[in-house]
Design a protein around this ligand. Structure first.
Ligand code: GDD
Ligand code: MG
Length: 334
């Protein structure tokens, strides 16, 4: 098996800690290790370094090598320009042998329990061997979140694996509410397992442009990628393949998972800072503070304060998604 870690995203909702030079996967949000390092160690738990690959943007090569010095240099596959996850999944999967199993993983999720994660992964690997399908991991949804893909589970093929009836990426709020009320819908975790041969057949059928442009290019031929990537549509694997294929399966994920979308997700996992030593809240409550300085808060509740090298963020929890706009503004200003 090969593991392919997708690490080319430019997460911008973690300003002032993240920016386009240091996106979310390179932040230490939950431990003294970065999220990409945690992802590598989760796979290393049962795999050899030589079988773990990372696909990322050329500009993150040095950072990636620094974070994961154990893997051979050629296991860091470089994209000259980002084209979202469909091209990245295709290039990454091409690094495997014909009938080999490939596990695709986002580099920036929070999954604390390696052993439970592997229990679910093993079921998906077994399923992908047996059924020649595209295997997803289903998370039990808790709110009508519109930033995720929704998987409609159909007929069971074992006690925790189902054939998928439909896959809908990032539905509108009304649709998300309807899905939630039905009971057989899961959130897509963003982790996928497939045989290289199955994946290529499905890409050829449902996303032929990306397939045709990349099928004859070696993942290590950065020069050819430099020529072809600008002609490829920017599209995620969810839209390009999972919504279109009828060979999708879902394994119910039996582990704690968060995609850590924005500061509120960090607060949910770490709790409020009201009683921290370096925080004093007067006439307010439910604050989340990340700073080495002493922070005094008066008359404000449900706010997030983060001090970074390049700035200080102060936001209401309910507006935490919009932190992206600050990063965008700063990018425009150069
Ligand atoms: N190499 C590479 N190139 N990696 C990329 C690129 C790219 O162009 N774009 C994004 N990535 C990486 C990100 O770094 C992240 O690790 C992963 O691919 C997923 O990309 P996101 O941009 O974070 O996707 P999303 O969160 O909007 O949606 C996906 O994840 C959700 C769960 O977190 C989808 O799969 C949803 O269906 C899913 O629910
Ligand atoms: Mg994400």
């Amino acid at each position: 098996m090969k593991a392919i870690i997708l690490a080319g995203g430019s997460g911008e909702r973690f300003w002032p800690l993240s920016n386009s030079k240091t996106p979310k996967q390179f932040l230490k949000l939950f431990s003294d290790k970065t999220l990409i390092r945690e992802t590598y160690e989760r796979m290393r738990y049962k795999m050899e370094p030589k079988d773990i690959f990372i696909i990322t943007s050329e500009k993150y090569q040095q950072l990636t090598m620094k974070e994961i010095p154990e893997i051979p240099k050629e296991n860091i596959i470089l994209e000259p320009i980002p084209r979202n996850t469909a091209p990245a999944c295709m290039i990454g999967t091409l690094a495997a042998q014909d009938d080999e199993i490939v596990t695709i993983l986002p580099a920036d999720h929070y999954i604390p329990d390696k052993s439970k994660f592997w229990d679910t992964l093993s079921k998906a690997i077994q399923g992908a061997q047996e059924f020649n399908g595209l295997f997803t991991f289903g998370i039990t949804p808790t709110r009508p979140e519109t930033g995720y893909g929704y998987i409609e589970a159909g007929k069971p093929i074992s006690n925790s694996t189902y054939k998928v009836n439909s896959f809908k990426e990032k539905p509108d709020p009304e649709t998300a509410k309807t899905f939630l009320s039905k009971g057989n819908f899961y959130w897509n975790s963003g982790i996928f397992v497939w045989k290289k041969s199955t994946f290529l057949k499905q890409m050829k059928k449902h996303s032929s442009d990306i397939y045709n442009k990349l099928i004859n290019i070696s993942p290590w031929d950065t020069e050819s990628l430099r020529k072809i990537m600008p002609t490829i549509e920017k599209i995620s694997i969810d839209y390009a393949l999972l919504e279109r294929s009828d060979k999708v399966y879902v394994v119910k994920a039996d582990f704690t998972w968060s995609d850590v979308g924005h500061w509120v997700s960090v607060r949910e996992l770490q709790g409020y800072s009201d009683n921290d030593e370096n925080v004093e809240v007067i006439n307010g409550k439910n604050v989340f503070v990340k700073s080495d300085k002493f922070v005094g808060i008066v008359g404000l509740s449900n706010i997030i304060v983060v001090e970074g090298e390049n700035g200080i963020l102060i936001t209401k929890e309910e507006n935490s998604q919009d932190v992206r706009k600050i990063s965008e503004k700063l990018k425009k200003m150069g």
